[in-house]
Structure formats: structure tokens, C-alpha cells
Write a protein that binds this ligand. Structure first.
Ligand code: KIV
Ligand code: NA
Length: 275
């Protein structure tokens, strides 16, 4: 399994870091088999697998439940688990307790938190306690209400400078990496050059040290709208619907199950059954 030290080395060597989200056993297995560098159990699970329209309703129990399945599917991959909404804001103590639960109950390798500002002392406390932390700046979905929706962030030079400062503060606080979501690529380029820790981008251009995509977006699993920055590498949803339609039809027409899917009594048992 790669470690935070390996990710730092990858940045230094100019080797791109790959990350994909996973929410259950088979998706984690697939990510590991594909030799993904890091897996994120993102709170995006609230939207893509639980059907909420934001990440706000996701609970720590939801995160642990899914992270446990991901850990079982990807025993040899570095797993980052999102700390959900409002579990790292109230106090250092509550933050540490929540992170400890995630680490101990799910077997995660690190946690991820959104934002800088008041979150910086929490990052510091977590790292001091031995928990690797990934930061997340730019479009931070847990604050979508405050940001006014899911929109490109840091669109002015001034906001860009603030984001660069925030990234450096996260590094200073001890974060081992930072996710940059939905920002102009020119800002990504600056942050990536100025930070020693690796940047992992989503909708942030090609200049970051790594990329992350949501599993369901990458494989086209679901009928949800995907943002402009997503590339669908396949589109499994129509195949899934098609397969289920065909199954329904064959059941109605008594074409399924066929003889090859059915079990038989031995000859003598058959005779005995029918008398
Ligand atoms: O929850 C998530 O999937 C994320 C990524 C988009 C970075 O936070
Ligand atoms: Na997230």
C-alpha cells in the first residue's frame, strides 16, 4: 500500500497521483484491481448512492458503514474517508472523537475535511493526534448553501490569492495533500507550484499533482447530471436498465429461468415423488 510519504515522493518525481471514489465492496475492489493510488470514500455518496440532493444530510454512521465495505474490498489501497457535515467544526474534542471513530471503526488511512479558516486548528489537532488529513478547497460541497450552489470558485485574482493562502495554511497545519475542486486551472498551477504537498484536482485542470473523480460519474452509473469537468469513460447505466428490462420480459414470457438455471431430482426420486 502507498503511504503519505509515497504521495509526496510522487509529486517530487512528477508522477501523477490517481484517486477515485468508492462506496462499497465491488467498487473498491475494481478501484484496487485497476491500481488506483488512493481511494476516497467521499460524502458524495449522499448524492450518488443515497439520493440526497446535497452532502449535508450524510452522517458519520453513513460514512463508517460505507467505508467498512470499501476497506474490505481494497485491503491494499490507501483509503481517505470524508468527515461529514458539521463533525469537525464544533470543537477540537468533537472533531477528534469523530475522526477516531472513522479511523478505528472503518480502518481508514486518512480523513478529509473541507475549508481552511476555522478548520485549520482542527487539521492541526488531527495531525497532532496521528491522523493524516487531506484538505479540500475551492468548491466545498458541504458549504454549497453559502457558496450559492455548485459553481466554479476563485474566479477573480483576489479570490485566487485567498485560495493559494488557504492551501499554504493547510500545508502549514499539517495536511498531507489538498483537493482542489472546480477552480480555474491558473489557480491550480500556482497552488501546485507553491505547495510542497501534492494537490489532487477535480474540475481544476491538468496542472494538479493528481486527479480525483466520482466513481459513478467515471463509469456513467446513474441518471444524474454530471458536471462539465467529468469525463465518462464508459456509460453503464443504459446497459443496466436494458439488462433488467430483458429479465422482466423473460420472466413474463417464462423464458427465464431456463433448463440450464434449474435443478433436477434424480430419476428414482422423481418416480417416488409422482408415485
Ligand atoms: O465526496 C467526494 O466525492 C469528494 C470529491 C469530489 C473530492 O469530496
Ligand atoms: Na466530499
Amino acid at each position: 500500500m502507498k503511504t503519505t510519504a509515497d504521495f509526496l515522493k510522487m509529486k517530487q518525481n512528477g508522477e501523477k497521483i490517481t484517486m477515485v471514489t468508492a462506496y462499497d465492496y465491488p467498487s473498491a475492489k475494481a478501484a484496487e484491481e485497476a491500481q488506483t493510488d488512493m481511494i476516497l470514500v467521499g460524502d458524495s455518496l449522499g448524492m450518488v448512492v443515497l439520493g440526497y440532493d446535497s452532502t449535508v444530510p450524510v452522517t458519520i454512521e453513513d460514512m463508517i458503514h460505507h467505508a467498512k465495505a470499501v476497506r474490505r474490498g481494497a485491503k491494499d489501497t490507501f483509503i481517505v474517508v470524508d468527515m461529514p457535515f458539521m463533525t469537525y467544526h464544533l470543537s477540537r474534542e468533537e472533531t477528534l472523537r469523530a475522526a477516531a471513530r472513522i479511523m478505528q471503526e472503518s480502518g481508514a488511512d486518512a480523513v478529509k475535511v473541507e475549508g481552511a479558516g476555522n478548520v485549520l486548528p482542527m487539521i492541526e489537532a488531527l495531525v497532532e493526534s496521528g491522523i493524516p488529513v487531506m484538505a479540500h478547497l475551492g468548491l466545498t460541497p458541504q458549504s454549497a448553501g453559502v457558496l450559492g450552489g455548485f459553481k466554479v470558485q476563485a474566479k477573480t485574482a483576489e479570490q485566487g490569492r485567498q485560495l493559494i493562502d488557504d492551501a499554504l495554511s493547510c500545508e502549514q497545519a499539517g495536511a498531507f495533500s489538498v483537493v482542489l475542486e472546480c477552480i480555474p486551472q491558473q489557480i491550480t498551477e500556482k497552488v501546485t507550484a507553491l505547495c510542497k504537498i501534492p494537490t489532487v484536482g477535480i474540475g481544476a485542470g491538468v496542472q494538479s499533482d493528481g486527479q480525483v473523480l466520482v466513481f459513478h460519474d467515471l463509469i456513467g452509473y446513474g441518471d444524474h447530471r454530471v458536471p462539465k469537468f467529468v469525463k465518462k469513460y464508459t456509460e453503464v447505466y443504459p446497459d443496466i436498465v436494458g439488462a433488467i428490462k430483458q429479465y422482466n420480459k423473460e420472466v413474463k414470457e417464462q423464458k427465464f429461468p431456463g433448463q440450464s438455471h434449474s435443478f433436477n431430482l434424480k430419476e428414482e426420486e422423481r418416480i417416488s415423488l409422482y408415485g
